[in-house]
Ligand binder design. Structure first.
Ligand SMILES: [Zn+2]
Length: 127
């Protein structure tokens, strides 16, 4: 029996699961490294005498960039975990908003995608 073109084959699903698992490991390592670095940094600064304000703004913006990266990694990790969860319960590949199949081409580009392109566009357009 032939399914429509917009469903994943067994092989495609397995490949996506592998790349999701790899991405999950990678993100967890990145986050652990950042956390370790932050703890290290906190220890370093504790004993240091207070610096004049000259360097502070630079430090602050560096930290903000790092914080933004950290948040992005955390969000991606959540999306990856959710996708793996959907693989387990068998709903992977279906749009979480409208329930239609997400195009396999889209999943191959972003395996953690939870929505079809229409619903994603709509979600991003919302304020
Ligand atoms: Zn949808």
């Amino acid at each position: 029996m032939l399914h429509a073109m917009n469903t994943l084959t067994h092989t495609q699903r397995q490949q996506l699961q592998t790349s999701l698992e790899q991405r999950q490991t990678q993100l967890q390592q990145e986050l652990a490294a950042v956390q370790q670095e932050q703890e290290q940094h906190a220890e370093d600064t504790e004993d240091m005498p207070r610096e004049p304000d000259a360097n502070q703004s630079r430090d602050t913006s560096d930290r903000e960039v790092r914080h933004a990266e950290l948040l992005r990694d955390q969000q991606e990790l959540q999306a990856v975990k959710a996708a793996l969860q959907r693989m387990e319960d068998g709903s992977y590949g279906e749009c979480v908003s409208c329930g239609k199949n997400v195009a396999p081409e889209r999943l191959q580009v972003s395996p953690a995608a939870a929505r079809c392109i229409q619903c994603q566009t709509k979600a991003e357009a919302q304020p």
